[in-house]
Each structure stands twice: as structure tokens, then as C-alpha cells.
Design a protein around this ligand. Structure first.
Ligand code: DP6
Length: 353
């Protein structure tokens, strides 16, 4: 922006967390990020994005700063996102924006930042919407979830405390004991044992992904196993909601591992197929399963679209789990590190960058 000294019409800031899917969103239907199957995630806390949006009157552009630096390479994605939101908030084009963001985790840590960043920006935009229309929106977080989805599907699950479910609008009655929609996510009830669940993110590789999530979703269209996967995900989603509520971690943990490996199986079976796991990923899976069988510690893993493991365990399993994780870090001799995260309370309004 040429002159950012003028007073903004409106300014707001939000911190939004990342989330980790237990049942995976993988594949899209017609539309903008309409999921082919429902998904469920835990809301994290340590891995988050902060965003400050300043809106100036007068048509203009977006000035983007990431961690204090102008970041032109991020602009196309942000402009595309604002373009989608503009279809619902046509007055967006009457503003010039300054957008400042920062992440709590290193950008190069191999941890996807699109969920937390799209969620933080979506919250700022709903805040601006309230100012423009001059009244509160009762559906503030659902609205933010709807906008966040337009930026990145998984982002719509980052707006709620503890856990969220997204999709399943057309699920047969027998499956859905809640009424969910495809356009935004909803908070779900979980057992208190899961409210302070740990997610120790075991980073084995910081390398850039070979295939983006967006391209990976697209490859599901011609995947020979897609129908079986979508049916399978629907069943897992239903069990996941049930076990999250009743607190059955061992059952749920096994399902979560199955979901992670199925996600990667889908990638391998795509045309062309590809592999995002690294040798260290497989080593860790074997180590974890051996440790779990030997010590009966209730620790399970999941993976997102990358080689890093999310090690999940309830707080009452912390001591043994943490000791195991430290041993593994030592064994990987400096090639691995841990982002020690846990389930959190969702977005926070007002933050300093
Ligand atoms: C494997 O939300 O990143 O993490 O909607 O194209 O932005 P787009 O994809 P994205 O996909 C996330 C895929 C996943 C599973 C999940 O989070 O459910």
C-alpha cells in the first residue's frame, strides 16, 4: 500500500490453531472444497497462525506481510481466497487491505500452515463483515468456518474448541447421529479424556512435499479404489464420532492409524502413484507399535499428507509416551525434532504479531 499511515476503517486480529484429522478428508466433489467424505479432527493449540487485518476505504489491493516481510509468493493463494469470499461479501472489493500474519512453528517444518492461516484470515473477515453490516452474527464461527473452507478444506475444522466434524451432508440416516453439512464444520462433543490429548508432532523431514494436497485430492478422481475409500471413510467417521464421545481411545487409536495408512495407500494407488512417507516414517511406525505392544502405553500415530508422524496420547499416558519420544529423537541423531502440541480451545481474538 502506498500510504499505510492513514487510519483504517477497521482493524482486527485473530489467532487460529492448526488441526489434525483423525478421519481424513481426501477427495472432493463438485464445487469449492466440497469433501467427498466426512472428516473429524482434533483442534491443536501450539501450532497456530496469527493474522492482523487492516481495511482501508477505497478500492485497492492486498499488502501481505509474513513475519514482518513482504511475501509476494504467498499472494496468489490469498488473492484467490479473497476472490472466493468476495462472491459472498461483494463489498470486499471496495477496500484496500493490509494483512500481516505469522506462524508459531517454523514455516519450513513440514507442517501445513494453510489450515491455521486460512482460519485466522476467515475470522478477521467475519469480524469485518459484522462492522460493515452493523450487527453481530450469531453464527460467527460457522460463518468463519464456511469462509475458511473456501481457502482450504481442512481449515474449516480449525474454528472450534477440542474437535470438529465436517461433511457428511448426504450420509445415510443410519450413519449420522448429528446433522452435518458440507459447506462448513461444526464443534462436536468429546469425552473429557480427549480434552487434553497430546499430539507430539515427530518431524522426520522438512523437505517440501513432492505432490501438494490440492493435486493429491484431484488424483482421487481417477483412483480405482475411490468408491471403496469413500464408503470406508463414512463408516470410520461414524465410529470416530461415537468413540470420541464415549472415550474409547484404544478402539479409536486403531481406527486413526488405519485412516492414516489408508490415506497414504490412496496416494500410492493414484495414477500416477506417489509416496510421501520416508524411510524414517516407517521406522517410527514399527518402533511405536513395538513400544505399544511391549508396554501397553496407549499411544497411536496419524499422518497427514507428508512424512511426519503425529503421536497421539491422552494426558494420563504422558510420562511413558514422552520418554519413548525422547528416546526416538535421540536415536534419529539430530535429524528429527518434536513440536509438542495438544488439544486446545480454538481461536483467540486479539493478538500481537
Ligand atoms: C491429508 O485441506 O490441505 O490433511 O482443500 O485442497 O486446501 P485443500 O486441501 P487440504 O487437505 C488436507 C488433507 C489432509 C487430511 C485432512 O486434513 O483431513
Amino acid at each position: 500500500m502506498s500510504d499505510i499511515k492513514e487510519t483504517p476503517y477497521f482493524e482486527t486480529s485473530w489467532q487460529a490453531p492448526s488441526n489434525i484429522a483423525l478421519v481424513k478428508y481426501w477427495g472432493k466433489k463438485e464445487g469449492i472444497q466440497i469433501p467427498a467424505n466426512p472428516s473429524v479432527s482434533l483442534t491443536l493449540s501450539e501450532a497456530h497462525t496469527k493474522a492482523r487485518l487492516s481495511a482501508y476505504e477505497g478500492e485497492g489491493d492486498i499488502d501481505l506481510f509474513f513475519e514482518g516481510q513482504k511475501m509476494p509468493s504467498f499472494l496468489p493463494k490469498i488473492k484467490k481466497f479473497f476472490g472466493f469470499v468476495e462472491q459472498h461479501l461483494p463489498w470486499l472489493k471496495d477496500f484496500h487491505f493490509k494483512l500481516e500474519t505469522s506462524n508459531s512453528f517454523p514455516h519450513s517444518a513440514g507442517i501445513a500452515s494453510s489450515a491455521s492461516s486460512m482460519a485466522a484470515m476467515a475470522l478477521c473477515l467475519v469480524d469485518l463483515e459484522e462492522k460493515v453490516i452493523g450487527k453481530k452474527r450469531e453464527d460467527f464461527f460457522e460463518r468463519a468456518s464456511f469462509f475458511a473452507r473456501l481457502g482450504s478444506g481442512s481449515a474449516c475444522r480449525s474454528l472450534f474448541a477440542h474437535a470438529a466434524s465436517w461433511g457428511g451432508a448426504l450420509a445415510p440416516k443410519a450413519y449420522s447421529h448429528h446433522s452435518f453439512i458440507d459447506e462448513s464444520a461444526t464443534a462436536i462433543k468429546i469425552h473429557e479424556r480427549f480434552e487434553n490429548m497430546h499430539d507430539s508432532i515427530f518431524v522426520v523431514s522438512k523437505r517440501e512435499k513432492k505432490v501438494s494436497s490440492r493435486a493429491g485430492h484431484g488424483l482421487m478422481d481417477n483412483n480405482p479404489y475411490k468408491e471403496a475409500r469413500f464408503r470406508h471413510a463414512l463408516e470410520n467417521w461414524n465410529y470416530c464420532l461415537e468413540w470420541l464421545e464415549s472415550g474409547q481411545w484404544n478402539l479409536l487409536g486403531s481406527l486413526v492409524e488405519e485412516e492414516a495408512l489408508t490415506l497414504h495407500a490412496m496416494m500410492m494407488a493414484s495414477r500416477p502413484g506417489y509416496l510421501l512417507m520416508e524411510p524414517e516414517t516407517i521406522t517410527m511406525i514399527h518402533r511405536l507399535r513395538e513400544f505399544r505392544a511391549r508396554t501397553e502405553t496407549e499411544i497411536y500415530f496419524t499422518l497427514d499428507a507428508g512424512p511426519n508422524l503425529h503421536l497421539l496420547y491422552p494426558h494420563d499416558q504422558r510420562e511413558k509416551s514422552w520418554e519413548f519420544i525422547q528416546e526416538c529423537v535421540a536415536e534419529f541423531k539430530g535429524d528429527a525434532f518434536v513440536i509438542d502440541d495438544q488439544v486446545g480451545l480454538g481461536p483467540v481474538k486479539g493478538c500481537t504479531l
